[in-house]
Design a protein around this ligand. Structure first.
Ligand SMILES: Cc1cc2nc3c(=O)[nH]c(=O)nc-3n(C[C@H](O)[C@H](O)[C@H](O)COP(=O)(O)OP(=O)(O)OC[C@H]3O[C@@H](n4cnc5c(N)ncnc54)[C@H](O)[C@@H]3O)c2cc1C
Length: 433
């Protein structure tokens, strides 16, 4: 009998869990509402903290090549079609930030310009009167990356068409370039500069403006006859919007059931979960705000960390008497009531450091040591199980790397475990750390 799997959250982890579980024959319901960390990712697809990789490369004195891709990650990327993930042994992409830093990544949103593939070319960056984009400063910083064999030049091509475009958000400008006519207008403005450099020698670097609902880089490249792409920005939200559009298209294609609303609690089903689909003792009922409850044989919690809303900061002094709280307790909790799931913050904060909660200033991230806000999460075993029939994935998991590929990988693994829960029931005991 195929299992009923409920997945809470539709960020990278939740979507990977839903895809993996449904590909194993599970009947999946995705419970989701709102945005999370996935909406904020920059378009760089990381498996590890990129600064760790840069440090390793500096130590070794050579560029690292792409490692093997997990097949679930590859299947996710091909379902969503937004990413380019080089196969094992290929060079890793080198991406420019809007601040002029060049860094590697395991993969990239297909709209980002990969400097590693541009040896011998001159990268043209238009001067655009917008906050957060300074082509002259950018070009001057990028020139330090001499080993890529790329040169850079700021150009006076006109990229903005209307007066408001110097002020509107990146996402709004990107959505204007969703239109073919507007993109062709841009191509006409850039073409003289590309021709002057020579198509075979030129490339164009732009801000995060090349489409909000899909990548427009390929069409622009076809018009100009040279590579074109965006620089990374940590604040634009544009790659996240493209990923959300790809998610919605995939959900439509796959026909997966989606319950829109926020899950508030998870309980053992009062009827043993037998009423909807025959026998399944141990099933769970998920209460969803503003929607019908969902009954499932297993649940994957992929509700994100503090940013996604899966965790909340709730120190003991909240709601306490003026003289202070009566008891200490962990200062973070799961936002969904899920009996058996335990939130841990790592050794330093396993129990509240004081009755007034943790000293967050003392828990600031350091190189190679993430801060408390990136460590706190739900305790799981190596398969993602956090309680009976309950699994956690992505940023919600204690100590997990906060990268988008880690979220996809842990989501897929949790989804597979959830899909096979009726064959391999998880012990009912609460897991220890
Ligand atoms: C500013 C920023 C930049 C980043 N840049 C990069 C980068 O360049 N490269 C990289 O690899 N990683 C990056 N990351 C990290 C990466 O984005 C995350 O690790 C990853 O997206 C986490 O995915 P997730 O699915 O676990 O969580 P989320 O994406 O947070 O998804 C959780 C989802 O659950 C929903 N949810 C929460 N509670 C409930 C509930 N009760 N009921 C229903 N739904 C609920 C939320 O609304 C959200 O949609 C960045 C993160 C941030 C914040």
């Amino acid at each position: 009998m195929s299992a009923r799997v409920a997945v809470v959250g539709w960020g990278a982890a939740g979507l990977a869990a839903a895809r993996a579980a449904s590909s194993r024959g599970a009947r999946v319901t995705l419970i989701a509402s709102g945005a999370g960390a996935t909406s904020f990712y920059t378009g760089a697809v990381d498996d590890v903290d990129w600064s760790e990789r840069e440090a390793a490369q500096a130590l070794l004195g050579q560029r690292l090549l792409a490692g093997a891709l997990d097949e679930e990650v590859a299947a996710y990327a091909s379902a969503l079609t937004e990413w380019i993930l080089p196969p094992a042994g290929d060079p890793l992409p080198r991406l420019a930030t809007v601040n002029g830093v060049v860094r590697s990544a395991r993969g990239r949103d297909r709209t980002l310009l990969d400097l590693a593939s541009l040896a011998g070319r001159r990268v043209l960056a238009p001067r655009v009167p917008r906050a957060g984009w300074d082509a002259d400063a950018l070009v001057s910083s990028l020139r330090d990356e001499a080993e890529l064999g790329v040169t850079y030049e700021a150009i006076d091509a006109v990229v903005l068409r209307f007066a408001d475009e110097s002020r509107i958000a990146d996402a709004d400008l990107a959505s204007r370039y969703d239109e073919d006519t507007r993109l062709d207008w841009l191509a006409a403005r850039l073409a003289p500069f590309v021709e002057a450099t020579g198509r075979a020698k030129a490339a164009v670097l732009l801000g995060p403006w090349l489409g909000a609902s899909a990548s427009r880089a390929a069409r622009l490249e076809a018009r100009l006859g040279c590579p074109v792409g965006e620089a990374l920005s940590t604040t634009s939200l544009v790659p996240g919007l493209r990923l959300e559009a790809a998610r919605d298209a995939w959900l439509q294609r796959s026909g997966l059931a989606v319950t829109k609303g926020r899950a508030t609690r998870i309980d053992a089903s009062s009827d043993g979960g037998t009423s909807r689909s025959g026998s399944s003792p141990g099933a769970l009922t998920i209460t969803v705000h503003g929607a019908e409850p969902v009954v499932a044989d297993a649940v994957v919690l992929a509700a994100g960390g503090l940013l996604g809303g899966g965790l909340v900061y709730d120190p003991p002094e909240h709601g306490s008497a003026p003289e202070g709280p009566e008891r200490t307790r962990a200062p973070f909790r799961l936002s969904i009531e899920a009996p058996g799931a335990r939130v841990a913050t790592g050794a330093a904060f396993g129990v509240a450091s004081s009755v007034f909660g943790p000293v967050l200033d003392a828990a600031w991230p350091a190189p190679g040591a993430p801060g408390i806000l990136e460590r706190v999460g739900v305790v799981t075993d190596e398969h993602g199980a956090c309680a009976s029939r309950l699994f956690a994935a992505g940023d919600l998991v204690a100590g997990a790397r906060r990268t988008i590929l880690q979220a996809v990988l842990s989501g897929a693994r949790a989804g597979i475990r959830a899909a096979t829960v009726l064959d391999q029931p998880v012990p009912r005991t609460v897991l220890s750390a």
